[in-house]
Design a binder for this molecule. Structure first.
Ligand SMILES: [Fe+2]
Length: 439
């Protein structure tokens, strides 16, 4: 266990460490000022290390923590060192009691120089920020927040109030920002499903997928905002469809189909009343069931063009609906759903949008259950830019026995390692967890 120190000792260590950092920036190593700073640091180390335990310098949310004592951003020395550590992608530096100022001078020099070479010294060891793991956790939180924001908007509509979309818009902006920083997250974030709240989860997934396609075809930020919000609200008109029709298992009667087909019209009318939305959003929602070839619903005059962005929502909607478990249908395996989009290209769906979707997700998307040439079954966890699978998480032995959780390891794979997809393996397998955990 790293040792905890008093605030006085932590301040002393921070002050002398920072002084050495500054003097080394100004003077050559043999200069008197540097030697004086090094001696002061050595004396501080003797005072601070009262036990044989190591001492941890950590960075968390902009705070520097020295031996368990937190320094906020108003401490300039802590702020400067904390920023240097973060800039090198470090979240912790562990100092052994045998550490001396010469070790730390070398470390501070490495910190300042920013060279690609890894730092190595057994008396000063570093731990790196788990940036990908953090991004997945952030994605999950944002997804759940967006679900809650949408639920609240829908409740307002159901109770006859005009909703304020601000919170939902903030959620979409957060998702857009996350995908800007971590574009590959779009491939796994839509694996989040919830049968009981499938409409809300589906709507957030449509928003995420549409944002992903939008990035792929290099839309502007205002256009991304439009499709993110349009995706989130695309089925808001269903709040006016009787719930027993929405949740009915099996085939709908002709009357029920007619009722359902009003939802894009209701959606447009609801969104028209809401203040602060980008002006194109009601139209995107109105057109999300219109087909590329002129069919679909609501009907439109022959050759009337679609809004250039509405097919991004249509493609995302069709894909996520096919891969989601709903009262009337089981989800399709992800590669089958991609194939169905390709088959609908040029008739139901706009080819350029399907192409962008395919290059984003690949023919065997992240989350697909696959069989390897070795006979083992696995979940796809990463694909390359060209769409080829390059990493999986193993779930079964070649003989078909499910692996225990500790044995479900990530494995890099190359071309030819994946021989096909499988329909189902075990209901206990959570594709989102397969993709996001252990990063
Ligand atoms: Fe819809």
């Amino acid at each position: 266990m790293p040792q905890r120190v008093t605030r006085t000792d932590a301040e002393l260590l921070l002050k002398t460490l920072h002084a050495l950092f500054k003097t080394r920036a100004l003077y050559p190593p043999g200069h008197g000022a540097v030697q004086k700073a090094a001696q002061a640091l050595d004396r501080a180390l003797v005072d601070v290390f009262q036990t044989p335990d190591p001492l941890l310098l950590g960075v968390a949310d902009g705070y520097l923590v020295v031996g368990g004592v937190a320094f906020l951003g108003d401490n300039l020395q802590a702020r400067e060192l904390g920023q240097r550590l973060e800039a090198r992608g470090l979240e912790g530096v562990l100092l052994l009691p045998t550490v001396r100022s010469t070790d730390l001078a070398g470390f501070l020099e490495w910190l300042r120089a920013g060279e690609a070479q890894e730092w190595e010294n057994p008396r000063v060891t570093v731990t790196r920020l788990n940036r990908e793991g953090e991004a997945w956790a952030r994605g999950r939180r944002l997804h759940l927040k967006a679900v809650a924001a949408l639920e609240s908007v829908c409740r307002d509509v159901e109770q006859g109030r005009i909703p304020d979309p601000t919170h939902a818009q903030e959620c979409v902006a957060g998702l857009a920002q996350l995908l800007d920083e971590h574009p590959t997250l779009v491939r796994g974030l839509t694996l989040l499903k919830d049968y009981d709240q499938y409409t809300y989860f589906h709507s957030v997934n449509v928003s995420v997928l549409a944002l992903g396609i939008g990035r792929q075809i290099k839309l502007t930020d205002p256009e991304l905002e439009c499709i993110g919000i349009g995706g989130l609200f695309h089925d808001i008109g269903k709040t006016r469809t009787p719930v027993d029709v929405i949740r009915k298992p099996g085939r709908l009667s002709i009357n029920e189909v007619t009722l359902v087909r009003w939802h894009p019209v209701y959606g447009r009318d609801i969104l028209d009343q809401m203040a602060g939305l980008p002006p194109a959003v009601p139209r995107l929602v109105y057109e999300h069931h219109m087909r590329f070839d002129g069919g679909g619903y609501p009907g439109r005059p022959e050759r009337a063009p679609l809004h250039p962005l509405s097919q991004l929502i249509a493609v995302s909607d069709v894909y996520d609906a096919m891969t989601t478990h709903r009262p009337y249908s089981a989800p399709l395996p992800l590669p089958v759903a991609v194939q169905a989009l390709v088959e609908g290209s040029g008739t139901q769906l706009e080819p350029a949008v399907v192409r962008a979707f395919l290059s984003m997700m690949g023919p065997t998307p992240v989350g697909s259950l696959v069989r390897l040439a070795s006979g083992e079954a696995a979940v796809v966890t990463r694909i390359g830019d060209e769409g080829a699978v390059n990493e999986v998480r193993l779930y079964s032995t070649p003989a078909g026995t499910l692996l225990a959780e500790a044995e479900q390891l990530l494995r890099p794979v190359g071309s030819g390692d994946v021989t096909g997809w499988v329909t189902s393996l075990s209901p206990r397998i959570d594709p989102f967890k397969a993709v996001s955990s252990g990063r």
